[in-house]
Design a protein around this ligand. Sequence first.
Ligand code: FPP
Length: 239
Amino acid sequence: MQEELKIPRHVAIIMDGNGRWAKAQGKPRTFGHTEGAKRVADVTRAAGEIGIEYVTLYAFSTENWSRTAEEVGALMKLFRSYLKTCTKDADENNMRIRVIGERSALDPDIQEAIREVEEHTASYDRVTLTLAINYGGRDELRRAVRNIAKEVSDGKLTPDDIDQDLISAHLDAPDIPDPDLLIRTCGEQRISNFLLWEIAYSELYFTDVAWPDFGPEELKKAVEAYTHRDRRFGGVKNS
Ligand code: FPP
């Protein structure tokens, strides 16, 4: 008999290994990103089918600007192209698309494409895909702290009003529940500044499979592993 899967409500993914995957085939790193971009639609569609409500993907970190101009340019081109074509997928799959991160540093046409996609998909509610672009967990917290400080200096808040809920409310996507499961592909076992506040109690899943090879079957394996996890939130288990 097939075991019943416990479905995480929110899955966050560090899509790692595009460069190594391409290099192993004697191809340029950018080829790995192009193939990796194709997995975004496959994996989000599969997530919706399994019943995962939220998928958050680490597409470009605040540290990724230090890559060569060629690689940064290739990634920006892929974001442009994805943002232009994803509405068809979104329409078909009732998928809402959002972006977290400091978008003001992105080219104006990318900012405009983000605005349009977010507006076009705002009422869709089967699955929400959040793309983290120019995102860093520390930078998200820095921006939240700065906004809270402004509200204190404007007299809208007092320091005593600052509790965990207030901090969460000042993050980039305060209405999205924290990830239940964080996946990182291609072997490395670190967080790399992704969703630092939000993953406090997430289950972690690391796989050696590189992102361009991570399809629906690999997602299912991660959900199977999650099914066997005994989730704790710091309390004592009731049994
Ligand atoms: C990490 O692999 C991956 C990235 C820095 C970029 C992720 C982007 C994509 C998957 C493509 C575009 C996405 C969208 C949403 C259209 P790496 O290059 O650091 O791999 P390496 O560790 O093997 O060098």
